[in-house]
Design a protein around this ligand. Structure first.
Ligand code: FCB
Length: 477
């Protein structure tokens, strides 16, 4: 077993986290809930995709997942035992509004009401993500995210969720990682709905942005004024392989379609000229973006959520390609980078997790500081964590020192960013529980709590005990 050394550059800063810092963990509905056909829930694009042969490793599906729908009280108890102060979960659209239209299904909302009440009763602050990739299949049938109408449907669903839960959920996240929804889902085909159409993916990106903006409006109307509204972006910490003009150009292109396609409309009210130019052969932006869209998309947010796992190292195609182009999240048959599909990807280093993602916490501190300087918003790390090949010892314990080292190093990077001036308000470890890791199925375990998928028995790993100690101390030692 290899252990990951803690990089010295991530351990120098004072380990001082603000006293009100949120110590959390994150999950997503389709990855943990199961109960796929209960209480009125109908299929989402992930039900359809996972039931399509060849799309998910081992033919795994989220039908049962870790049965959180029935075991949420036990799971909240686990969170309380660990001392979590906050919990980020997602609301399943097909549970709340199964066809993607019309009134809410109260039984679906009741599940989230009960979950939130249980969290509050244990002193854990709920953080709700409205959309973590489970579009109702009916809306995909009507065109999905490449169709403008989906953005309006999303805003209506958001209003239903906020009206039901707004009195007890103080922090709301509109979308999780729209890059994955648009580009893994519609360009690479690695994620649901599995389409490989670069032009459709760019249209999806704009409609996700529009859906976000409309949802912010819906949340502001339904929520008390103290509520906080955010979005979770998997911004790529892009680095050129070498200080060569052609590699720097490759990094610019990936930054445009990976990062600025979200941050510029959301925070600056525009799409950047270079992005429009890079993708002009695929989409007519003048027709796609209607008057008023950018004002809608750039409604002010209270917080910005960053999901970070690894840096992204790129070069010009001539300088080699060591990685498949699927960005590690599954085996897409096409590129997830419209307008930049010839860029070459490299590992930042050879120390990788079970996902093959390189371990480098400096990408986290760099990103937090860059976001702080550019947008000046309070920040949350809404996901960070690692999959490793965990083994259950004969005595039933799961010793996962690599995960502990990973989280320790990345919390160090958060502390570095705070010490350098970034206003980081919380950290949500991905994930509380082992779960359905999308196209990788159940083979990749991200939890700090081990789940035996046969018996559904939960066993906190040693990383969970370590994290509990960090929370108790309010920081690293
Ligand atoms: C992120 C997803 C999350 C999980 C982690 C490992 O991209 O938001 O659901 O799959 O990766």
């Amino acid at each position: 077993m290899t252990t990951i050394p803690i990089p010295s550059h991530a351990s120098s800063a004072a380990r001082v986290f603000p006293p009100e810092f949120s110590w959390g963990a994150a999950t997503a509905a389709y990855q943990i809930e199961g109960a796929a056909a209960e209480d009125g829930r109908t299929p989402s694009i992930w039900d359809t995709f996972s039931h399509t042969p060849g799309k998910v490793v081992n033919g795994d599906t989220g039908d049962i997942a870790v049965d959180h729908y029935h075991r949420f009280r036990e799971d909240v108890r686990l969170m309380a035992d660990l001392g979590l102060t906050a919990y980020r979960f997602s609301i399943a659209w097909p549970r709340v509004q199964p066809t993607g239209r019309g009134p809410a299904v109260e039984r679906g909302l009741d599940f989230y009401r009960a979950l939130v009440d249980e969290l509050l009763a244990h002193g854990i602050t709920p953080v709700a993500t409205v959309y973590h990739w489970d579009l109702p299949q009916e809306l995909e049938g009507a065109g999905g995210w490449p169709t403008r109408e989906t953005a309006y449907r999303f805003a209506d669903y958001t209003a239903l969720a906020a009206e039901a839960l707004g009195d007890r959920v103080p922090t709301w996240i509109t979308l999780n990682e729209p890059w994955c929804s648009a580009f893994l889902g519609y360009a690479a085909g690695a994620h649901a709905p599995g389409r490989t159409d670069a032009a459709a993916a760019l249209r999806a990106a704009h409609h996700l942005n529009l859906g976000h903006g409309l949802a912010v409006g819906a949340l502001r109307s339904a929520l008390p004024s103290a509520a906080q509204v955010s979005v979770s972006l998997n911004l790529h910490a892009v680095r050129p392989l070498a200080d060569r003009p052609e590699d720097i150009e490759a990094a610019r292109r990936i930054d445009a379609v990976g990062n600025r396609i979200w941050t510029s409309p959301m925070f600056k009210g525009r799409y950047d000229e270079d992005l429009l130019k890079d993708t002009a052969h695929l989409v007519d932006w003048d027709t796609l973006v209607h008057d008023g869209d950018l004002a809608e998309i750039s409604r002010p947010l209270d917080l910005l959520g960053l999901n970070y796992y690894a840096p992204t190292v790129v070069s010009s195609p001539a300088n080699g390609d060591r990685l498949p182009r699927d960005d590690g999240h599954g085996n897409g048959s096409a590129s997830p980078w419209p307008g930049a599909d010839d860029v070459a990807f490299h590992l930042a280093n050879d120390e990788v997790t079970a996902m093959g993602w390189p371990i480098d916490p400096t990408g986290l501190s760099d990103s937090l500081l860059a976001l702080h300087r550019e947008f000046g918003l309070p920040l949350l790390v809404t996901e960070n964590g690692a999959a490793f090949e965990d083994t259950v010892a004969p005595d039933g314990t799961v010793h996962d020192p690599e995960r502990t080292a990973y989280v320790r190093a990345h919390l160090g990077a958060v502390a570095d960013a705070i010490a350098a001036g970034a206003d980081v308000r919380g950290y949500f470890l991905w994930s509380l529980l082992d779960n359905f890791e999308w196209a990788c199925g159940y083979g990749k375990r991200f939890g700090i709590v081990h789940v035996d998928y046969e018996t559904q028995v939960r066993t906190p790993k040693t990383s969970a005990r370590w994290y509990a100690e960090v929370i108790r101390r309010g920081g690293l030692d």
